[in-house]
Design a protein around this ligand. Sequence first.
Ligand SMILES: Cc1cc2nc3c(=O)[nH]c(=O)nc-3n(C[C@H](O)[C@H](O)[C@H](O)COP(=O)(O)OP(=O)(O)OC[C@H]3O[C@@H](n4cnc5c(N)ncnc54)[C@H](O)[C@@H]3O)c2cc1C
Length: 344
Amino acid sequence: MSGRRTVAVVGGGIIGLAIASELVSRGAEVTVFDPDPGGSDGAWHVAAGMLAPGGESAHEYPHLTRLLEASNALWPEFAASLGDVGYDDAGTLGVALTADDVADSMREWRHQKLDPLTGSQLRDREPALSPRVRAGVFAPTETQVDPRKVVAALRAGLAGRIAAKRVDVLSDVDADVTVVAAGCGTAALTGLPIRPVKGQVLRLRGEPGLLRHVIHGSADGRPVYLVPRADGEVVVGATQEERTDRAITVGGVHDLLRAALDLVPGLAEHEITEITVGHRPGTPDNAPILGHVDDIRRTVVAAGHHRNGVLLAPITARLVADLVLTGSAPALLDDFTPGRFGCA
Ligand SMILES: Cc1cc2nc3c(=O)[nH]c(=O)nc-3n(C[C@H](O)[C@H](O)[C@H](O)COP(=O)(O)OP(=O)(O)OC[C@H]3O[C@@H](n4cnc5c(N)ncnc54)[C@H](O)[C@@H]3O)c2cc1C
């Protein structure tokens, strides 16, 4: 399409900003609307930033896995374009503490075609792991990034194009095309089945270098991940609760800390610097909703990224920009249309 399209992006979280940035780079005239740009309301502010395409239920959703893998392949270039956003490709150790944890994890590891490692092989790679860790795998393509740095970099690149304004009704927005990327707020704007899935996350701080890899595992049936940053921060996540509140609970924090210490006892000396709560934008099939929601093709939705919105930001930006600028959907979007839930 020739000429400059005006595009309104509703939502200045990681998805809205990534789309806006891609559209600007392709010549569109873009305004992003968010009531609190850069504030702590979005799920991105809580997210650990694991880029894990082989995540826990990958085998149940092959079409989602294809999208996750395609986005993962874009991350090195996307991160480089943003500067220092904490992108770290040391990889992930999947670990299991007890025999039951090993049995539970084995199906996933087999599906990912990863060779099991013994406890001592794991400790050769990551000496801080507890001697009680029995088995695990090394997933070299599961990397990490700092979502707060990503959002800061995207916002800096969009300076002057972000309006501190909440959108309550889409028909109030004046643009050739409106992209609704408001995370959990998308449900109220579009009627799409996006629900908040609560997650509690801790941030710890200690001497840098205790951990080199992302640790993703289970300890006595308690799932946990530990995402170490270069500056000594370790993000410990996350609960998964079908709740809309923002309460930090004793049980949630206890379970995360207990599992974290079971796997890496040396974390006991770390300081707890933050406990946060966020809501993943979940959908009935755990996959994002990407496509037109009106017959006249002026409103596009890009939401419902659930547990993988950080990972999916680059591919979402690219595919949604294609859709906005050409009016037709790339084939990769076929499985993610709003139509699968009976919408336009
Ligand atoms: C505990 C937790 C851990 C996570 N860990 C990971 C991880 O390790 N890896 C990963 O890939 N993903 C992770 N995620 C998921 C990821 O954070 C989300 O999928 C992602 O943030 C979704 O991006 P978004 O921009 O759609 O929504 P959000 O990040 O929630 O941003 C939505 C934005 O829209 C704005 N908004 C809402 N309503 C309106 C309105 N009416 N008008 C204007 N603006 C509006 C909000 O203010 C907000 O800024 C995690 C999420 C949680 C909660």
